[in-house]
Design a protein around this ligand. Structure first.
Ligand code: HSE
Length: 316
């Protein structure tokens, strides 16, 4: 437990998948596959200096280009904290997977800062701070991964109500199982920004109607704790068609997973991971194998994760 006058506080935050097909930038689901751990420590001096220590040297450690760094900078500014801080980030969610890596660091950083200064900030407000971190990787704030990573479960983030976003959380059905296949392909440093740049700026009414229908079905599925209904909504007429060319073998991976018993398949967040939705773990190994074979058809190796929804970030 972190208390006032402690020197250091550590928090962990889970991986997540964003969009779930039609819910671009709105839907997020926390996944228990992987976790980031962030420790914020008060060090000597009070010049407001923030030093980031990354376990993964490929991620920029300058506070302005680092998702945890941006969050701590913003929170220190808002709360008038001038202490020099060391932020140690132990990456468990690798960058570039499409499993909310930057969001996990940002969420853990926000929760650790809150704990260090015993601020007791409302969780929804912590999501807003954590969203600052997404600027480092996506070039813009988006709430879908951070809301899931901070709050856990399935989240609807309504940015229509900006500047006060609305977050609605659902506890996922117990029988929801996910298989994530992560292809071993090179991804650009600001991968999410690149994946956002291929999206259309305007869409047809037909596509919009299709995605509203899908998104509504997913929400109904979570509200009713009905995995089959959730899966029926995972049908994206806008983002998936525009991005799938960035994922070699995507069509084979999807086709194979469905043939092996997955109920629905789509891109996880900005990709390149592909996520399959299942009811119960019975078929999960078969689906994982089928997805790996799909990537194999495109000459690409992959890692697979069998996971379930996760609870949110917390102090350890
Ligand atoms: N909604 C974001 C996107 C998620 O699809 O660009 C990025 O993880």
């Amino acid at each position: 437990m972190c208390r006032l006058a402690v020197k250091s506080c550590t928090a962990v935050a889970p991986s997540s998948t964003a969009n779930l097909g039609p819910g671009y930038d709105v839907f997020g689901l926390a996944l228990d596959a992987l976790y980031d751990k962030v420790t914020v420590t008060r060090v000597k001096g009070s010049d407001g200096r923030i030093t980031i220590k990354m376990s993964d040297p490929s991620i920029p450690a300058a506070p302005e280009s680092n998702s945890a760094g941006l969050v701590i900078k913003k929170m220190a500014q808002e709360f008038g904290v001038a202490d020099n801080l060391e932020v140690r980030v132990k990456k468990g969610v690798p960058a570039g997977y499409g499993m909310g890596s930057s969001a996990a660091s940002a969420a853990a950083a926000a929760v650790a800062f809150d704990g260090l200064y015993n601020l007791k900030i409302k969780k929804e407000k912590l999501v807003e701070y954590a969203a600052e971190g997404e600027i480092a990787s996506a070039g813009a704030k988006h709430y879908d991964n951070v809301s899931a990573s901070v709050l856990g479960g399935f989240l609807i983030s309504s940015i229509k109500s900006d500047p006060v976003p609305l977050f609605v959380r659902f506890a996922p059905p117990r029988d929801l199982v996910l298989v994530v296949a992560v292809p071993s392909i090179p991804v650009p440093e600001r991968k999410t920004e690149v994946a956002r740049s291929v999206l259309p700026s305007e869409v047809s009414l037909r596509s919009a109607v299709c995605n509203v229908a899908g998104a509504s079905t997913i929400v109904a599925g979570f509200a009713l704790k009905d995995v089959e209904l959730i899966a029926r909504g995972i049908d994206d007429a806008i983002v998936e068609p525009a991005r799938k060319h960035l994922i070699p073998g995507f069509d084979s991976v999807k086709e194979n997973a469905l043939a092996a018993g997955a109920l629905a398949v789509t891109i996880s967040g900005a990709g390149p991971s592909v996520i399959a939705f299942l009811k119960t773990a019975r078929n999960s190994k078969k689906v994982a194998k089928a997805m790996a074979a799909g990537f194999g058809q495109a000459g690409v190796k992959c890692r697979t994760f069998l996971c379930r929804p996760s609870a949110g970030a917390h102090v350890v």
